[in-house]
Design a protein around this ligand. Structure first.
Ligand code: CUA
Length: 166
């Protein structure tokens, strides 16, 4: 092999290396970020937080006391039951700066539970309890929308969280 051919081969080797290293490092970095957030920081999708018999929702805690309950100073629990095509309650009021835990289930079919402008996005599955906690630092009106198609009037299924100035 001539010196020139050898030099070219080496340049190609460096060029390939410049592609191979990032293509290994990128997925490795993404996997590491996934593992750290999922297991280290505990960030995950809302899962099944319990079961409730569909014919006994109104007598099963916490849904036997629907609406909003202050569980600690500045921390509210909002118990919501969804059905076609509404949320009960369909309006809750909390003071700004509150921490709010939403506990919800569905009486009939799968509904969505999405609060625009807040970090709440759940699926409500019949027989299953969903739970998610968020903070409302800023006053305002936050629409709570069903974002799982649930029939003819799905688009009318909404409620609202009103965060009042302190
Ligand atoms: Cu409930 Cu769409």
């Amino acid at each position: 092999m001539s010196a020139e051919t050898e030099r070219r081969a080496y340049v190609w080797y460096l060029y390939e290396l410049a592609w191979i290293l990032p293509s290994v490092a990128l997925p490795t970095g993404m996997l590491a970020a996934l593992l750290v957030t999922a297991f280290g920081a505990g960030i995950h999708l809302p899962g099944v937080e319990g079961r409730v018999a569909m014919d006994a929702i109104d007598t099963t805690p916490p849904f036997d006391q629907p609406g909003i309950v202050e569980v600690a100073p500045g921390h509210y629990e909002v118990r919501v039951v969804a059905q076609i095509w509404s949320f009960t309650p369909n309006e809750v009021r909390v003071p700004a700066g509150s921490t709010v835990t939403f506990v919800a289930t569905s009486r009939d079919v799968i509904h969505g539970f999405y609060i625009h402008g807040a970090n709440v996005n759940m699926m409500l599955v019949p027989g299953q309890i969903s739970r998610q906690t968020t903070r409302f630092p800023n006053p305002g009106e936050y629409p709570l929308l069903c974002h799982e198609y649930c029939g003819a009037a799905h688009h009318t299924m909404w409620a609202r969280v009103i965060v009042e100035p302190q």
